[in-house]
Design a protein around this ligand. Structure first.
Ligand code: ADP
Length: 512
């Protein structure tokens, strides 16, 4: 096992990796930008090194500097987390060439899966079903129209180097193609420095289902069942669960075997995920392989009962996987909500400021993977995802009830977050029935994001709360005070006094 690992990331995933290392008895080195000097991952690591100014292009993305820090601090391996340098083959290669271990797949496997067109070619060669479309980028609009007509509109133009839903355009008619192609290329060039765009059939109303694989360097590859990630906004996941209501044990075995075949074809080692679209007829199509740990890994951990980040580290250190495929049967149900610093009632506009107060949900079956605390400053330099709230329960219904309970317990004062949106989803009958597709969220956005309560009712509630507090103080401390205020719209954690936001929140819960 390694003695020391450098964690080349920030926020919740940096803390997640540090915790995994601590439990394995491995020392950690954190890196941080000037904006993160007081961040929790800096404090929790055994050592921390400043690597540059706030923009990630000058800090978290400067691979040579991170490798240099690893060498200077005596780390033997680098865990890249997700995002940043995690899927850059050149970085994995540079780490290896510096005599260090990259905790992730070999650079060659990242290359093989890194471009969507290359991944499609590899998948087809391995007998993996892909969405009908091209395996090369399209030259011009004329060619794109000719191709689209072979499988019919609508088509989806996609950046070959794509990620995060960027460089994607749905095209419903030949007349729209030239403009869509030009704008997809522009966006791809800006985001990835590569304007290659290809075309595939746009599948209407599918689910996004993905299968995680774990492979060691000794030829063992297992899959760990599926996650359903259909609740998406702008092709970005918001809520994930495991297992999926749409996947039977028989389909799980087939999709899993497909994911294992794709991983083997790429010479894959470590944890990775094959993403599929699953249509209403139970047909599934390979989209791409994510060659890193994913944001949504905890739901798999909870239903499969293992620590994936620890296994990433153990596999990178050369351990053989001790599992057989039959060891992996999902137990219970897990749901994850991404808590972001975005205002749902305002078009998910990023919200910035200081987290004045943070109260975390606890109790049975609740897990919080976060990178924030009271006093954290939230700016615009990094991804708006602050934390993940994850629950595990025996059934899906109980998991939904548990998530509602946990979301109600969560208080984040000082900035707007996605919390209220998640509560609305948990309350929605379609979600409760599991009747969702990747288009569901966009089709229901108005009802899921409307402001819960108008300003006047918030003001009235605040006045009522002030009166209650005043009455309670006058009555002195006693049991009568506690019971007489228990059903009023004030916080039950009134050792700190109800804040204005508590009152508004309680009010909005009542009226929603
Ligand atoms: P990215 O790497 O940018 O995240 P993906 O290929 O993983 O791109 O696709 C992201 C999301 O876009 C998918 O989860 C799905 O919701 C949607 N999508 C991708 N391909 C198709 C398709 N052919 N038809 C319909 N929706 C698609």
């Amino acid at each position: 096992m390694f003695r020391k690992v450098l964690v080349a990331n920030r926020g919740e995933i940096a803390l997640r990796v540090i915790r995994a290392c601590q439990e394995l008895g491995v020392k950690t080195v954190a890196v941080y930008s000037e904006a993160d000097a007081r961040a929790p991952h800096v404090r929790e690591a055994d050592e921390a090194v400043l690597v540059g100014p706030p923009p990630s292009s000058q800090s978290y993305l400067v691979g040579e500097r991170l490798i240099d820090v690893a060498l200077r601090t005596g780390a033997q391996a680098i865990h890249p987390g997700y995002g940043f340098l995690s899927e850059r083959a050149w970085f994995a290669r540079a780490v290896r060439e510096a005599g260090l271990v990259f905790i992730g797949p070999p650079a060659e496997a990242i290359d093989a899966m890194g471009s969507k067109t290359a991944a499609r070619q590899l998948a087809i060669a391995a007998g993996v079903p892909v969405v009908p479309g091209t395996t090369e980028s399209v030259r011009d609009a004329e060619e794109a129209i000719a191709i689209a007509e072979t499988f019919g509109f609508p088509v989806l133009l996609k950046a070959a180097a794509g990620g995060g839903g960027k460089g994607m355009r749905i095209v419903r008619a030949a007349s729209e193609l030239a403009d869509a192609l030009a704008s997809a290329k522009r966006e791809a060039q800006n985001a990835f420095g590569d304007d290659a765009v290809y075309s595939e059939k746009y599948i209407e109303g599918p689910r996004h289902v993905e299968n995680l694989v774990l492979a060691d360097a000794h030829g063992n590859v297992v899959h760990l069942g599926e996650r359903e990630c259909s609740v998406q906004r702008r092709h970005q996941k918001m809520i994930e669960e495991a297992p999926s209501v749409a996947v039977s044990p028989e389909l799980r075995a087939r999709m899993g075997a497909t994911a294992v075949a794709a991983a083997r074809a790429a010479g894959y080692v470590n944890a990775g995920t094959c993403e599929f679209l699953l249509d209403r007829d139970g047909q599934y199509y390979f989209l791409e392989m994510n060659t890193r740990i994913q944001v949504e890994h905890p739901v798999t951990e909870l239903v499969m009962g293992l620590d994936l980040v620890q296994w990433q580290i153990r596999v990178a250190a050369g351990e053989a996987l001790p599992f057989a495929q039959k060891d992996f049967v999902p137990r219970g149900w897990a749901i994850e909500c991404r808590i972001t610093s975005e205002d749902p009632s305002n078009g998910f506009l990023p919200s910035t400021g200081r987290i004045e107060y943070l109260h975390l949900p606890t109790g049975p079956g609740v897990r919080w993977d976060g990178g924030i605390e009271s006093g954290s400053d939230i700016g615009l330099h990094y991804d708006p995802m602050l934390a993940k709230l994850i629950v595990h329960a025996p059934t899906r219904d109980l998991a939904i009830a548990r998530m509602r309970r946990a979301l109600r317990e969560l208080t984040i004062d000082g900035i707007e977050t996605s919390r209220s949106f998640h509560l609305r989803v948990m309350d929605h009958p379609d979600f409760q029935r599991g009747d969702i597709s990747i288009q569901w969220l966009e089709q229901h956005l108005p009802e899921l994001t409307a402001p819960a309560v108008d300003r006047e009712s918030i003001r009235l509630a605040a006045i009522a709360a002030a009166l209650v507090a005043h009455e309670a103080r006058r009555a002195g401390s006693g049991t009568a005070t506690t019971s007489s205020t228990s059903d009023l719209p004030v916080s039950s954690r009134d050792d700190r006094g109800p804040t204005w936001r508590d009152v508004a929140r309680r009010e909005s819960l009542r009226s929603s």
